[in-house]
Design a protein around this ligand. Sequence first.
Ligand code: NAD
Length: 259
Amino acid sequence: MRLDNKVAIVTGAASGIGKEIAALFAREGAKVVIADLNQRGADAVAAELGGAKRAIGVGVDVTSEAQTEACVAKTIEAFGQVDILISNAGIQTVAPIDQFEFGKWKQLISIHLDGAFLTTRAALREMYKHGKGGCIIYMGSVHSKEASVLKAPYVTAKHGLIGLAKVVAKEGAAHGVRANVICPGFVRTPLVDKQIPEQAKELGISEQEVIKNVMLKETVDSEFTTVDDVAQTALFLAAFPSNALTGQSIVVSHGWFMQ
Ligand code: NAD
């Protein structure tokens, strides 16, 4: 088991990519905190993963300073330490810039960037305190490297996460903390399923055309990335045995974006 005796907090783990990472990490021996705005969903995932000795659900809004700190405190209370943080909670909102509502811009930026900062700060304090190092992984996107129409705040936030990861890699090094970003292509989760009809409407094309000509057009095999593809990459990063792999961003996108 590659994560024996490790404790991982996964934000946004009641659904989609985060849920799969939590499940894989639990199978690899980690104790997992399912941290999500959706408390009921988080509790359900924790129960599926074996209940209180293996996984706990914590209701948390990652944009709240008090709630992110309380989430880390609950982790310490339940499992005694934090070794891995997967900063994954996110949303998507699509609209052209000239029509983008400021409130929706701020909401997206806050969940992705304030959320990443607040969870990082709270987890880092514990990692520094217990002195055994740690690993922070941010859920970026191909949109950390590449732009698409209709996604101004998302592309902005996902690019920003690479900057944050590089600073954490530099500051955390003295404490044995590594930080990296995973950049997936399109993955069929509720976040993407919601976008397909929205993009079809905005672009004036069918839903099938959104999938074929927008989402998968640049891939090498016209395939979606899977939650397992992303979870395996997170495991590779989390279990990596040295500080050599830090400050990096890894694209997992069926060749949509090549570095
Ligand atoms: P999802 O909608 O299935 O899951 C997102 C989870 O985040 C939900 O459980 C939701 O309750 C939670 N969440 C939302 N706002 C929150 C908040 N303020 N505090 C705490 N939790 C909150 O989406 P997903 O596709 O699994 O996305 C997960 C991450 O992966 C996001 O950061 C997303 O941008 C990124 N990503 C997704 C894709 C994709 O194609 N699905 C591609 C690249 C990157």
